[in-house]
Design a protein around this ligand. Structure first.
Ligand code: NAD
Length: 501
């Protein structure tokens, strides 16, 4: 039977559309040569949405050949303003299709429609616009230190890049990889997460409509062990930009080292939030809540470890519990829902496992810790937001990334103790500190081992500001100007201007 490349679907909020199911290579929809079909589910009730094709090594090789051909035969020499214009067009098309893209995202991922429409879509569009603006502003340096010599540098694209992304922000992660790579003049193959392929495949049609030449962008679904590994191994790929878990990041780094590809790794986290006695308690509670519970706790830089100073500890816990217990867990398409289902049964069970571990380790379950059964009469993959207190540094629930609506809280006496405990982690992605004392805030910010520190906020993302991890949270930087430079290499040209004959 011929593989199906499109299917007419209707989202739960009633939008009828054509869902691409194939691989987007060389501006065409093609069938997988691997014959992989991956079922994508609606996590609200675990029903099947559709089957999407998955790429194998041969398909990846086709995409690499198309990308190399596009790079060598035109794209690398495209005027930078033209590249910027194409990215602007893609941003405008994404804006026009924002309602449908947000609906697909909610359906496939389980995130609330509010978050998808008001956060993910504006972020994706913002990233496209931001790097569209950068395309013709990349410059080099001129060196004229000696009358007999000039030298200059040029920022050149790396060539064929690959992006590998996770399922927690499917569309915005896609733009994090595509936009800077294209602005800098590279071609790119994007492997989307097999759990949530639908929005990025729909977006691929917009890439074509925007006018990107064939081969410049390929977007493929596929299993990490097949399509992901094939990208990491491929000798004709110049850079891999990966976002996902720390163990996968380590594997990719090892594989990519055989062909000495550039790698950018954005990996896991267990980010601390320190709340001092003098903090604005109301403000701290709001951010401590959104900092971990937003997106069902599936945020790499979620502030999942809270350190609360002893003077406010009891008051904080009482009010924080009230806040956490007061949100609606339920149908992600309903307007007042704050928390939808976890993305897959695997993640759901992993979180339930950590809840059992926390209990066994002797921490106190302050609230949550169970399956939330009250959603539309169906079980779905809903977990009650969970707080553990009396958590010790040697516990697994203190050290390991849970990636769910699950937070651990520790009491501390003084700032030195708080910083030591906060830094007691293999990760170093985000961190936050709450205090009204600006000197203390800056002192703590300097000493936290994390790529980002938020003062009196948490996960306040800004695409213009560089983002990256310390320790096992990653290598390299995304976003901002540094995120663009990561898709370039620097060439130095030396010119002899000596007049001596
Ligand atoms: N630091 C960041 O910016 C950031 C952002 C979002 C998510 N994350 C992290 O992502 C993780 C959750 O995502 P996940 O469960 O999808 O992660 P994952 O590592 O399992 O998968 C991420 C991607 O890698 C692919 N993959 C899996 N194995 C591979 C392999 N051996 N070779 C090549 N590719 C492979 C997957 O198919 C997927 O596309 C969490 O740890 C989270 O902290 C980090």
């Amino acid at each position: 039977m011929a593989s199906q490349l499109f299917k007419e679907l209707t989202t739960p909020n009633g939008i009828k559309y054509q869902q691409p199911l194939g691989l987007f290579i060389d501006n065409e929809w093609v069938a997988s040569k691997e014959n992989d079909e991956i079922i994508t589910i609606n996590p609200t009730d675990e029903s099947e949405i559709c089957k999407v094709q998955g790429a194998g090594a041969e398909d990846i090789d086709d995409a690499v050949k198309a990308a190399r051909n596009a790079f060598e035969n035109g794209w690398r020499d495209t005027d930078a303003t033209v590249r910027g214009d194409l990215l602007y067009k893609l941003a405008r098309l994404t804006e026009e299709h924002a309602d449908i893209l947000a609906s697909i995202e909610t359906w496939d991922n389980g995130k609330t429609y509010n978050a998808a429409r008001n956060d993910d879509l504006p972020e994706a569009i913002g990233v496209l616009k931001y790097y569209a603006g950068w395309a013709d502003k990349l410059t080099g340096q001129l060196f004229s230190n000696n009358p007999e010599k000039l030298a200059y540098t040029v920022r050149e694209p790396l060539g064929v890049c690959a992006g590998i992304i996770p399922w927690n922000f499917p569309l915005s992660m896609a733009t994090y990889k595509l936009a800077p790579a294209l602005a800098a003049g590279n071609t790119i193959i994007l492997k989307i997460a097999e759990q949530t392929p639908l929005s990025a495949l729909y977006f691929a049609n917009l890439v074509r409509e925007a006018g990107f030449p064939p081969g410049v962008v390929s977007i493929v679904n596929g299993f990490g062990r097949k399509a992901g590994v094939a990208l990491a191994e491929h000798p004709d790929i110049n850079k891999i930009s990966f976002t996902g878990s720390t163990p996968t990041g380590k594997e990719i780094m090892k594989t990519a080292s055989n062909t000495m590809k550039r790698v950018t790794l954005e990996t896991g986290g267990k980010s601390p939030m320190i709340i001092l006695d003098d903090a604005d308690l109301e403000q701290a509670i709001e951010w401590a809540h959104s900092g971990i519970m937003y997106n069902q706790g599936q945020v790499c830089s979620a502030t999942s470890r809270l350190f609360v100073q002893e003077g406010i500890y009891d008051d904080f816990i009482a009010r924080y519990k009230q806040k956490v217990e007061g949100v609606k867990v339920g149908n992600p398409f309903e307007d007042d829902t704050f928390q939808g289902p976890q993305v897959t049964r695997v993640q759901f069970e992993k979180i339930l496992g950590y809840i059992e571990t926390g209990k066994k380790e002797g921490a106190t379950l302050a609230t949550g810790g169970n399956v939330n059964k009250n959603v539309n009469g169906s079980q779905g993959l809903f977990i009650s937001p969970t707080i553990f207190t009396d958590v010790e540094e040697n516990m697994q629930i203190f050290q390991e990334e849970v990636f769910g609506p699950f937070v651990v809280v520790c009491k501390f006496k003084n700032i030195t103790e708080a910083i030591r405990k906060a830094n007691n982690s293999v990760f170093g992605l985000g961190s936050a500190v709450f205090t009204k004392d600006i000197t203390k805030a800056h002192t703590i910010a300097r000493r936290l081992e994390a790529g980002t520190v938020w003062i009196n906020s948490s996960n306040d993302a800004d695409i213009r500001v560089p983002f990256g991890g310390y320790k096992q949270s990653g290598i390299g930087i995304e976003l901002g100007e540094m995120g663009l430079l990561a898709y370039t290499t620097c060439k130095a040209v030396h010119i002899n201007v000596s007049s001596k004959l």
